[in-house]
Structure formats: C-alpha cells, structure tokens
Design a protein around this ligand. Structure first.
Ligand SMILES: [Zn+2]
Length: 189
C-alpha cells in the first residue's frame, strides 16, 4: 500500500513541478515575486483535473455504468475558456494562473500517452496525443484517435500503471525526480 501511494506521489511530481514553475514565473512577471499562497495554488491547480479520480465512483453511480477512464469527467480543456473569463472579471491574475496551470496538466496528459484527452470537446470527441511512439517505431508529433477506439482499448487501472512504471528506477521515476529538482532549482535561483 505504501509503495502504491509513493508511486502515485511520483506520478503527481511532474504536475507539481509544472505548477511551481508557472506560479514562480507568472508571479514574478505580475507582482515582481509571488507569495506563499501563489506557490501553493500553482501545484494544486496543476493537479486539479485529476480530482476526477475521486469523482469517478460518484459519476459511475449516477450514470449507472462504468467509465473507461477517469478522464471522462473534467479533462476537457475548452471548458477552461468560460472559467477563464468568469474568474478574469474578478481577479485577472487568478484567471491566468488557473488556465496556465490546469492547461499544463492537460498538455502533460497528452504527451506520449496512449489515449490522451479530448482537447476539442464538445466540438469533437477525438482524443489528442502528442509525440507518440507508433507500433512500427515511428514517432508522431500529433495523433487524433476516435473516441470509440479509445473506449474499445484496454486502459490499465492506476494500480497497474504504478506497479509497472513507478516502482523502482524507471524512466518515468527519473523524469518525475528531474522535474521536481529542476523546478526547485529555478525557485532557488
Ligand atoms: Zn490528468
């Protein structure tokens, strides 16, 4: 159980690092230096879309069927547009911080991932991935996959992903540690 929790924390490291970097750079550009609340908000906003892990059981109960993956609840980038304008009306800095941090999460979810996210929902249900490795060894910059193809695919549960990629010195763990180290070095500079 502790190993799985550690693996989950490592998965979150890249988003935490992205949130810290964005809070740091935006805070410096806007205020000349962000305060502790901005540093706390950045990583939380960058992690926010994955709150649908917690919502998934409730949504499945309401819909009366299992979801193929947790990204079918709040992983919809275009939904950020009305949120941006609603928040901007009251607090422009908070609006930019929200959009940039959650947007960074969506980009991270799209890179090198098997099923990506639905960037253009509700106008298109296609899943977008970037820098994917194809079965024939080629790399593609952007790939669009029909939603029904993703629904039919085998998506491993989080526990399996953690076991296979985040326990031990794997490339994913090295990347997560690099991201946090890089972010902390930027903050300390
Ligand atoms: Zn996500």
């Amino acid at each position: 159980m502790l190993a799985i929790a550690t693996g989950c924390a490592l998965i979150a490291f890249v988003d935490i690092a992205l949130g810290l970097v964005i809070a740091h750079l935006l805070g410096r550009a806007w205020y000349g230096g962000p305060d502790i609340w901005v540093y706390a908000a950045g990583p939380l906003l960058a992690l926010l879309p994955d709150a649908d892990f917690l919502l998934q059981p409730l949504v499945e109960r309401l819909r009366g069927r299992k979801l193929v993956c947790h990204r079918q609840i709040i992983h919809y980038p275009l939904a950020l547009v009305p949120i941006f304008f609603a928040v901007y009306w009251y607090h422009p800095f908070a609006a930019w911080l929200t959009v940039l941090c959650t947007g960074a999460h969506f980009v991270h979810d799209s890179v090198g991932n098997a099923y990506g996210i639905q960037w253009f929902w509700p106008f298109s249900s296609r899943h977008v991935t970037a820098l994917t490795a194809e079965p024939d060894g080629r790399r593609r910059i952007v790939r669009f996959r029909p939603h029904r193809e993703v629904l039919a695919a085998e998506i491993p549960p989080l526990r399996t992903v953690v076991r296979e990629r985040y326990l031990g010195l794997t490339p994913e763990v090295a990347r997560a540690l690099d991201a946090v180290t890089g972010a902390l070095m930027l903050l300390a500079a």
